[in-house]
Design a protein around this ligand. Structure first.
Ligand SMILES: Cc1ncc(COP(=O)(O)O)c(C=O)c1O
Length: 292
């Protein structure tokens, strides 16, 4: 299967447990590079592409409208099934997200899924699946064998909540809350982590931070954890090893004050890390003691 990179780690873990071969495709500020998709289809004849085209986890970026159309053309040409994960699609800050790929899926190539986790509550573990009719029996069997179906009680409660029209006003509040938290994080990043780069999320609950050259993401994440800040090292979001070290910073679940404190702590951790490194590099070679 193909995945855009970076992508949701849960899918990479699942594919690896199932022994599936995963090929990562590059993305930029406009989302998945469709030229790379076209080449991968020709070279590997994949059966499935998984992507989060709207407010991707971790970057918060989206696939542009032009690339959505181009992607569907490539999928149709190569007989590729597209698994569109729209878990963040209703969590846009500034403007409406482009319509899901599924809306333009005239040749029935797209399986559309979303989770209510980030809209309502992670503990629900309920979602939606829209798929071409011929695929439904196999998908229902796979779901049943995976978890013997989700709690019927919770499904009924959620169905009632949706029918009574509570979701739209709730989303209105949640979007505004996540936007405020995103704004706080961007503001403090500029102050505390000037030497880093970061994505500018237009929706979702996280962003991707790139570390200065020479700073390892695992080492930095460990140091951050020791200082009380939990972050996910970037490697978890890639199928292929990357040259540039990165991290995911999540703002969705934390109040503004904790975001301020957390990013300030990361700034301090990075400063200490860079100071130690430059002290080590400036030590004269003779200052090193022999190992044996
Ligand atoms: C893109 C994406 N899809 C799916 C999920 C999982 O949702 P759930 O909590 O319902 O398993 C997540 C959770 O982080 C996610 O980021």
């Amino acid at each position: 299967m193909l995945v855009e990179e970076p992508t949701y780690p849960g899918v990479l873990e699942l594919a690896s447990l199932r022994g599936q071969r995963v090929i990562g495709l590059p993305a930029d500020a406009d989302g998945l590079r469709v030229d790379a998709l076209e080449m991968a289809c020709a070279a590997h004849r994949p059966r499935l592409l998984y992507l989060v085209p709207t407010f991707n986890n971790p970057t918060g970026r989206s696939l542009s409208a032009e690339r959505r159309a181009a992607l569907l053309r490539v999928a149709n040409r190569h007989g590729l099934t597209v698994l569109e994960d729209d878990t963040y699609g209703f969590l846009g800050f500034e403007r409406r997200a482009p319509p899901p790929l599924k809306c333009e899926d005239l040749e029935e190539r797209v399986i559309y899924i979303l989770s209510f986790s980030k809209m309502l509550a992670p503990a629900l573990r309920l979602g939606v699946l829209v798929a071409p009719a011929p695929l439904l029996p196999a998908l229902a069997a796979a779901k049943q064998s995976a978890d013997l179906v989700c709690s019927v009680l919770l499904q009924r409660a959620l169905a009632r909540y949706l029918r009574q029209g509570h979701l739209a006003p709730h989303l209105h509040r949640v979007r505004s809350l996540y936007r405020q938290r995103r704004d706080v994080m961007l503001e403090v990043l500029g102050r505390s982590l000037g030497g880093c780069g970061w994505s500018l999320p237009e929706g979702g609950v996280s962003l991707q931070l790139t570390l200065p050259p020479g700073v390892g993401e695992r080492e930095f994440s460990r140091e951050a954890m020791d200082a009380g800040v939990g972050i996910t090292p970037g490697a978890a979001f890639y199928a292929t090893p990357q040259q540039v070290a990165s991290l995911r910073l999540s703002f969705g679940g934390e109040p503004a004050e904790r975001i301020r404190q957390g990013v300030a702590t990361l700034g301090q951790v990075l400063e200490d890390h860079l100071r130690r490194r430059s002290e080590m590099l400036s030590r004269p070679p003779g200052a090193a003691s022999p190992l044996v």
